[in-house]
Design a protein around this ligand. Sequence first.
Ligand SMILES: Cc1ncc(COP(=O)(O)O)c(C=O)c1O
Length: 367
Amino acid sequence: MVIDVNPNIAAIKPYTPGKPIEDVQREFGLSRVIKLASNENNMGLPASVQAELTTKIAELFLYPDGAVFKLRQALAKRHQLDESAFVFGNGSDELLLLIALAYLGPNKEALVSEGTFSEYAFSAHVVNAPIKTVPLKDYTYDLDAFAAAITPQTRVIFLCNPNNPTGTIFSSAALDSFIEKVPSNVLVVLDEAYFEFAVGSTTPDGSVYPDGRDFLRHYDNLIVLRTFSKMWSLAGCRIGYGMASPAIIEALNKARQPFNVNRYAQEAALLMLKQTSWETEIRSFVDAEKSRLMDGLVAIGLSPIKSSANFIFVEVNQPGSKLFDKLLQKGVIIRAMDGFGFPQAIRVTVGLPNENDAFITALKEVF
Ligand SMILES: Cc1ncc(COP(=O)(O)O)c(C=O)c1O
């Protein structure tokens, strides 16, 4: 007998993650495989952090601190916010699900962009919420179209800045005028997973990249999401956080499991935050490598989109999945963008210099 699955769950198309290095090594008998598929920070962890973390292994028999006290304190200081303004998740992915559990459901609609991170729609599907999609404009979030799409059913609006996968940003002025128009009973989720790479960026028309935190003071219906998976090299630990007004934090805390952020992740995040020059060093490293990659793509005759994150999106005038396969055989894993709604595009993460060189060399060969 087959047990009935709830139809909204049965209809979910499973998330296709970046292909793991080990799989590719096995499939193609390759000893060296480069992964530029999931926007991790391939610089990894500083040796001092790794050494310190090994001393924490002995404590792993204990449950973690469910309130994430030490990290909460450190972040409150860093962001100049009250300690009560934070909620933590097993990656920011979990926070997206908690938001859906707390605020969405049948007849409680989510607004999401086309050509963006798939977990917004996924979270809405899990709770059987209707989803309305808003097209991108020039590969960028179209906040005017978002404002026009709001209906009395709308409960949560998901924004991604910089956008994954296009790397584009919307401006502070655009965000300001958009939030003004959102009714106060609608939650705006501002996903800033790539915030630290975008600081100081300007939009094509020269306006500034917003810092979501600045908007928290004025809007009670906003949650800003950040993660330790990208700039902070901790994708494998699974830890992210949200910053919002007390009512939102309380609702999400009610929906989460008591020990949702593991002990190791909490320790690792704290240690990474103590690396005072990390953020600026990585940002300038990524900027330099990104422009080298852009040059390499342009030299092949492609037109990559200006990115404010640690990845580049480029249309390749052929099925992205075919290019993905060809690069895979050469030991380079990137992402085909068909799953994001761009059948002729790829996204490549900015890796280490030798990895970026290997990608460009392989791309030249397959073109
Ligand atoms: C835009 C965006 N938001 C959230 C996430 C999830 O990050 P985390 O590892 O914190 O779950 C990702 C991961 O790729 C992402 O690209």
